[in-house]
Every structure is written in C-alpha cells, then in structure tokens.
Design a protein around this ligand. Structure first.
Ligand SMILES: O=P(O)(O)O[C@@H]1C[C@H](O)[C@@H](CO)O1
Ligand SMILES: Nc1nc2[nH]cnc2c(=O)[nH]1
Length: 271
C-alpha cells in the first residue's frame, strides 16, 4: 500500500462524512455490535472503499461505522482483516494508515483471545499491557515512508499508559474485574497446541490471538495513542481438556457483549 492509495481511500471516506473522526475503533471477532451504537452513523462497506480488503471471517461484518459515540467522533471497523486470511501485513494494517490520514490520533484495538494465565476466566476482559509479536513478520518491513513515521519506531509504550489508566478507572466505575496482561500474536488460523501454550506462558504471555499486533505497530509508527482490550473467549489449548472452536469464541463474545460495550464506551467518554 503506497501513500497515494491511502490518500485515495481517505478521500473516498472523507467525501461521505460531515465531521472528521478523532478516535478509531477496531472491533474483533464477535465484538462488532458496538458499531451499532454509533449515532448519526454513516456505514461504508469495505468493498466500496478503494484498496480496502474484504473481511472473510464469521463475526466480522466488513464495514466502517462513522459517527458519534459517547460524544466522540469515531471511525469504527465492524470487522478487521487478518494475516491468516492471506492478506499481507500492509493490507491488514491499511485501515490504520487511513485513520492516520484522516487525522485520528488514538485507537482502541479489541480482539477475542485465548486465556493463558490460569487465573483468567472465560468471558473476562483483559487490558493489554504489552505484546509479543510471534507473527514472524512486521507491517513496517520495506522502504520506510517518512510521511508516515520514522524508520525505527520505539515500542516501549506501545499500549499508552495514560489510556490504560483511563480504562482501569472506567472498569472500577463499572465494577468490572479487568484483567491485565501480555498478548501474544501468532499467524493462525490453527489454534495452538498445548506445548505452544506452555511455551507462550514461559515467555510471559497472558493471552494469545491472531490479530491486533500488526495494527498496533502501525498505529505507534503513525504516532497514535493505542489502547488494547482482549475478550478472553476460551482458555488456551491444553488448559482445559476440551477442543477449541470459533463458534465458542463467538458465543462468549455475545454473552459478554454488554460488559464489553460498557467498558469501551465509558473509556472512550473519558479519553
Ligand atoms: O479478530 P480477532 O483477533 O478478535 O479474532 C480471534 C482470532 C481469530 O480471528 C478468531 C479465532 O476464533 O478469534
Ligand atoms: N490464537 C488464538 N486466537 C484466539 N482467538 C480466540 N481464542 C483464541 C486462541 O485460543 N488462540
């Protein structure tokens, strides 16, 4: 994806909206219903946007929802793109570049993840403190576009400490027991083996998923503040003596929808 293609996508979106969004929302598997809460909403299907890929995964609607949420102008992605769909890292992260081009300077990234920390319960929400990139790839590989950001971006504060405090305060206000931990990202689409989960725990991971990290790297490159929230939709492979399914992932996100939406909305309001 080059600069001009991103400008083309940005111009297409800008022509359809009155107010420029100030915050981005990337809604993970089964978490897209929050986009239906957006007021004065303009829905733009990904297939209509120049150079946008299309969502191919169940639980990902495949459209932008742009409007007002908790008093903030937002651009919500109702469905994201995944490396395992066969998209390149550049394609997966194109929407973040478009957010940057629109002037968005903060993004909430959400996902469904497997719980590795044995103190986690299925249905819990985890505030992402940091991540471990196990994709074996990086969206910034290739010639650096200086208009996007620096060649070697710092990732020390990849999950913005101030935004994390806002989310923790929101969780307290809502009496939500918000976990905190490290998210490990792997390519997928197969779930992990029990041995891989034991390795991940040894390496310091609290949860595991197949997304989020490419978007967070690009968002940091773009100078955005990032907040990450995982919905723990299952215990990771081998922890319980049962198989993992995407159907269970979707069932759990549906079950915790209200709490997830309250946390994101309350946090957004106070950002
Ligand atoms: O898009 P996210 O990361 O929320 O979805 C996770 C990873 C896979 O897409 C899916 C597997 O069940 O859940
Ligand atoms: N990689 C991975 N992604 C998930 N998304 C939801 N649950 C899981 C899981 O256990 N592993």
């Amino acid at each position: 994806m080059n600069f001009d293609q991103i400008q083309e996508a940005k111009n297409f979106i800008e022509d359809k909206i009155e107010k420029t969004p100030e915050a981005g929302l990337i809604l993970g598997s089964g978490l897209g219903s929050l986009a239906e809460e957006v007021d004065n909403v303009e829905y733009i299907p990904y297939k209509d946007i120049p150079h946008f890929p299309e969502s191919t995964v169940k639980g990902h609607k495949g459209r932008l929802a742009i409007g007002t949420l908790e008093g903030k102008q937002v651009m919500a992605m109702q469905g994201r793109f995944h490396y395992y769909e066969g998209y390149s890292m550049k394609e997966v992260t194109l929407p973040v570049r478009v957010m940057q081009a629109l002037g968005i300077d903060k993004v909430i990234v959400t996902n469904a993840a497997g719980g590795i920390d044995k103190n986690f319960s299925v249905g819990g929400l985890m505030l992402i403190q940091d991540h471990i990139n196990f994709f074996g790839d990086n969206p910034l590989i290739g010639k650096n576009e200086d208009r996007f950001g620096t060649r070697f971006p710092d990732m020390t504060y990849a999950y913005n400490p101030e935004l994390r405090e806002v989310a923790k305060k929101a969780a307290d206000q809502l009496s939500i027991n918000l976990y905190e931990g490290v998210y490990m990202g792997v390519p997928g689409p197969s779930y992990e083996t029990p041995a891989e989960i034991n390795m991940a725990r040894t390496l310091g991971a609290s949860s595991v998923g197949m997304s989020t990290i490419p978007e967070v790297i690009v968002a940091n490159h773009a100078g955005m503040k990032v907040l990450g929230i995982s919905c723990i939709t299952n215990m990771a492979a081998g922890i319980l003596d049962k198989r993992l399914t995407h159907e269970e992932v979707q069932e759990v996100t549906t079950r915790v929808k209200e709490e997830f939406q309250q946390l994101v909305k309350t946090t957004l309001k106070q950002m």
